[in-house]
Design a protein around this ligand. Sequence first.
Ligand code: 13P
Ligand code: SF4
Length: 320
Amino acid sequence: MEKYRSYSKEQIISEIKRLKTEKNAIILAHYYVDGDLQDIADYVGDSLGLAFKASNTDADIILFIGVHFMAETAKILSPGKKILMPDLSSGCPLADSLSVEQLKAMREQYPDHVVVSYVNTTAEVKALSDIICTSSNAVDIVSSIPEDTPIIFGPDKNLGNYVKGLTEREMVIWQGACPVHLNFSYDRLVELKQKYPDAIVLAHPECDKQILLKADYIGSTSKIIKFSQKLDAQRFIIATEPGVIHQMKKANPNKEYIPLPRKDNKQSICVNMKKHDLAKALWALDTEIPEVNLSQDLIERAYRPIKRMLDISEQLGLGK
Ligand code: 13P
Ligand code: SF4
């Protein structure tokens, strides 16, 4: 690993390109990772887009630059491929907030409920779920459940309440939350709107309800980015992890993007997404060591609810 730290950025990028061709590898990255990593990726997307890409590639190796549950989903969808991560310790506290035991207990308490789990869950929790959703398709997935069937939704309470509000469905919601989205400052949002009344507020549904009530548009990372590109506005306040601004700036460098700060006025960064860097990406591709592995049994159990989500999304023309 240390030897790559002495390489220049250009050297690292050219080595990554060479190894990608030599090993028939592709790089998939989430919008929250560093801009340099987004720029070397073959595809950058939200959780749903990344799942679709991982399920449909001829590559032998996927270098997945995102958090662990996303790479696990790629492994479940492409079990024959080698899934590498530049930093295997890149987890998601929201995904870890709901354990298998806790979900089992909920299922026992509400045996007639269908379990809709957010993709931000471990593979074990997915395996215990009836269907998976992402922030991009959560409303459609919940709406696809027969109307008289109540729902258990977890782990994100803000996404759950947002979906419940739009669908008016009976939902028991796990009280987990993402620290990055929970920490946005409502007071700073009010101040920013007063200072820039023309600014369009774009928010991820993992944000707290009071932030969502102030938003002009609520959507997944992909949807937020697309909205900022097509809307004829000059200034945006971004209520999600500021990594999304990289693609926004690339498409419209003259527009202004203001990341909504946290309550302590610092930027709300996903530290796990930021664990990856170019040198680690090269190391992973070269050594093929930080591999995501799951048992065959778990892959088979977790595949069914994910595939159900992909099939419904495909029928509805979502996520591609
Ligand atoms: P998206 O699916 O919208 O990219 O969200 C992933 C995520 O982890 C948000 O915090
Ligand atoms: Fe998890 Fe939040 Fe980071 Fe998304 S932003 S990966 S939900 S910790």
